[in-house]
Design a protein around this ligand. Structure first.
Ligand code: SAH
Length: 465
């Protein structure tokens, strides 16, 4: 049974710090059901892959088992356990990658908390309910899911398809997220769960499901299957999950976004911002556009109304925002030709990502002020050096204007998640410095009515090559 985890985060070998496993040596661990080996088939700056190989001992399994079917029956020795991702894999993840599973990293604490491009592959997983269920479980968590079915026996094609699949998950998330998703969902797929389900399992499920399980569309299915249909445990877990929903960080982001809208509403600033951005985009002649930090998709919605934009991609780090964007645009119900123009992807502006390349223009509307200042230089390289579209439009609040908002107390930002708000001078000096470093020309335009003393409420930089 083989699980691999790869990243293209640069330097990719930092994966070793996140997993607490040296990329340049092979390490082995004794577990109650066999051995786990960790090694790296590839480890360089551009790409690093860690492999967890489980060498399950079917004889030891039988010995450890008090089974009413009696010891020594053939099915005890000849079974799929050694080859298939089962709840043994979850146990191995917890024992071998325990710190990474709980999101800790001594050497790279910031990286452990940041979404990075990750790919996980599982050589074989059993799913009696079929490929569809694999997708239903993993896709809502933001992964691109690739499922390869296997025949029962390649030499006897007439025997047909088996219930075994190879699985590849690709997404941008923290390693902690990826491991918790695998930790919970693999036993959900495993019909033959090997350990006793007791009260402690409810706590385990809630702990590892924190932040994602409650809002998963198949929360109930996952809970019931994880708890092996023990109804009283599943009921308790579902009740507690409903209570936890209030702590959802994405929800509080939404509330805060509403606060910002309330501060700016008298100016209908958002409308004017969108109108100006569309006008400038048309002026640059862009056809393929990526909206970075697209949030709930307001700008993407407006872009879709402009026929000359042939490819429109909305990108955001927040899965919930992307969900809201997709329902705002009624993506499911769009005619095929419209659907082809549009795509939403989950990603991060501070990590190099090849999906960001090949666009005529990128927009970054009211986003930079959400980035931590020390991450700004990573963002500059990701956007201007690697994605490098012909035009970039960046907007951000003009902090000088804040004193004109009647409802905003002095010294306060417009949104609680803003890490900074810049004066016109600060924005200009940042933008000029970025433009000269990456060979762009930049011009500045105000958005909203210009106040003689403090300028316009929003400032915009238009960068062109
Ligand atoms: N552009 C949208 C949303 C602005 S709010 C609009 O004008 O309506 C800021 C958005 O940036 C949020 O949706 C947030 O999830 C996103 N964001 C913050 N940090 C990000 C990052 N590192 N990568 C991608 N998106 C990010």
């Amino acid at each position: 049974m083989l699980l691999t985890i790869s990243t293209t985060y640069n330097p990719a070998t930092d994966l070793g710090f996140l997993l607490y496993k040296n990329p340049y040596s092979v390490q082995s661990f004794e577990l109650s059901f066999g051995k786990a080996h960790v090694f790296y088939p590839e480890a360089n700056e551009a790409r690093c892959t860690a492999a967890l190989l489980l060498d399950i001992d079917p004889i030891a399994l039988v010995r450890g088992r008090k089974d009413k079917r009696g010891e020594g029956a053939l099915q005890h020795y000849v079974n799929d356990r050694p080859y298939v991702a089962s709840s043994f894999l979850s146990v191995a993840i917890a024992e071998v990658f325990g710190s990474a599973l709980s999101g800790k990293s001594r050497e790279r604490p910031d990286l452990a908390a940041t979404p990075i491009p990750l790919i996980a592959t599982i050589s074989a997983i059993e799913c009696r309910a079929g490929e569809e269920v694999l997708r239903r479980l993993f896709e809502p968590l933001g992964y691109a899911v690739e499922v390869t079915g296997h025949q029962l026996d390649e030499t006897f094609s007439e025997w047909g398809a088996s219930h075994y699949y190879s699985l590849k998950l690709e997404g941008t998330c923290t390693l902690h997220d990826l491991l918790t998703h695998l930790y919970v969902l693999i036993p959900v797929l495993d019909n033959d769960k090997h350990y006793w389900v007791g009260d402690d399992e409810v706590n385990k499920l809630l702990r590892h499901g924190e932040g994602w399980l409650a809002k998963h569309p198949d929360c109930e299915l996952i809970t019931r299957r994880y708890l092996r249909y023990k109804h009283h445990l599943a009921r308790e877990a579902l009740q507690r999950l409903a209570d936890d929903d209030d702590l959802d960080p994405d929800l509080s982001e939404e509330k805060h976004a509403n606060e910002e809208a309330a501060v700016e509403r008298p100016l209908s600033l958002n409308e004017r911002r969108l109108g100006t951005v569309i006008a400038v985009l048309k002026e640059t002649g862009a056809r393929r556009i990526i909206d970075m930090g697209c949030g709930e998709g307001r700008l993407v919605d407006r872009m879709m109304q402009e026929k000359e934009f042939s490819q429109i991609v909305g990108m955001d780090v927040s899965y919930r925002s992307l969900e809201i964007a997709q329902s705002r645009l009624k993506v499911e119900r769009l005619p095929e030709r419209q659907k082809e123009r549009l795509q939403f992807i989950q990603g991060s502006l501070t990590y190099r990502d090849k999906r960001f390349s090949g666009f005529d223009a990128a927009t970054c509307i009211e986003v930079i002020e959400h980035l931590d200042l020390p991450r700004l230089s990573a963002f500059e390289r990701v956007l201007f050096e690697f994605a490098a579209p012909k035009a970039v439009i960046v907007t951000t609040p003009n902090s000088e204007y804040n004193c004109r908002f009647e409802t905003l107390p002095a010294g306060q930002f417009r949104h609680r998640d803003h890490r900074f708000e810049w004066t016109r001078e600060q924005f200009k000096s940042w933008a000029n410095q970025v433009a000269s470093r990456f060979n762009y020309k930049v011009r500045f335009l105000p958005i909203g009515d210009v106040d003689a003393e403090v300028g316009a409420p929003t400032q915009m930089g238009v960068f062109e090559k």
